[in-house]
Design a protein. Sequence first.
Length: 465
Amino acid sequence: MTESREHRRRPWHAIALFFLAPLVGEYLLGNQPITALPSVLLLAPMYGAGALPIRELTRRTGRGWPTVLLLAAAYSLIEEGPVDQMLWNPRYGGVDMGLAYAETYVPALGTSVALVQDVLSMHTIWSICVPIAIIETFDGDHRSPWLGRIGLAVTGAVFVGGCAFLAVAQYDAGHFMAPPSRLIGAVAVIAVLVVTAFALGRRPARRLDAAAPSPWAVGVAAFGGCSLYWLRETLLPDGTAAWVPVGAWFVLAGVFVVLCARWSRSRGWGPAHHLALAGGALLTYVWLGFTHAQDLDVPPGTALLGNVVFGGGAVVLLAAAAPLRRAPLKRPGADGERASDAAEGGDRRGREPAGGGRRSFGVPSGEGDHRRQAAVGDEECRARPGGPQQHPARQPHPPRLDQGEQQGRARESEDRSEVDTVPLKPDDRLGGSVPPELLGQVEAVHEAGSAAEGPVCLDRGVRQK
């Protein structure tokens, strides 16, 4: 594919992410019925125009998924904080939120810890990270920007407009406005998340000498962990304190952060694992949508139809993406996303010494080591006052010779005309081919014996086998 076609193709990825974010965040979850599908045009300016700048700014600055996660968390607090104010509105959407989250309410925060956990989980994982990971699967160069500067600026303006529209709509519906102290506190936390996201370095993390699990294992773990999050209260016995699920959330989130951090630094980690993580989370919303749709104000048949359509679409999307991400990810060295042994092996081969000898490709390890040692000896010989000398033919294991063969080899060496071939006899110095300052050294070499197994470095008198 030519560069121009590739450039024209990338805006389609941006458009796909623009609409996939609200489809996953609202419709697949079961919060919106299929009859409200046209409303995606009203939700996309906030969901899609929020996910797209997060992806673009992260890739443009050469950062990775930790930055995406922190920016997605900031987006979560923007949407449910200053925009629609669900974090503080006790009657949000006509639901008694104050009663539902009363047991974990913290007066100093003006909201419930459990509610904050739900907001961060839903929007960080499913509204932002899952759509980004899935759409990037369809891009062969997933680290390149999809939009130019103008497109990014327009997307930012659309996001601001979408947030303003939702804020006005929510205020008109309930006439609720949080105290300024709550808004200022939320803005401060959002700012800390954004600054931290871009303060993360772009250097690669230290690789681990361990193999990454298979993509199937990663996908199963993601599906199990996400399902456990949604079932954590159901699995606990009746009468369990409300703070127990809150503590379980921190444990589950910490376990997955540690696992993903370790897996991503292991050998073989690549795009297939990214898709597996996103796919496991996406399939969690498929079964969860069937339970949420029961509470929609539509006929059961209509709710079920929406679950089947959106759930089937999610499965088809994953099936289409899976064949595209079977190869390990090759990351640029500056970006830090070194993710496969092949990439690391190529980097190591590229760092082989080029000045002292040839790089050995496709040879046994012992022979390669011998050639590197010979290259070092070659450099040492060149650095001596005797002038440049050609290293002998490199043999990993020189054959042993009897005395007669050794003498014959010595006579053949005497017939060579190159100055780097020794031993030499004093009467071989025809035409001053040996510099006067080396005559004594040559004579000493000759006196030591003419049965050397190989050529000798003149200035050292040591055989280089």
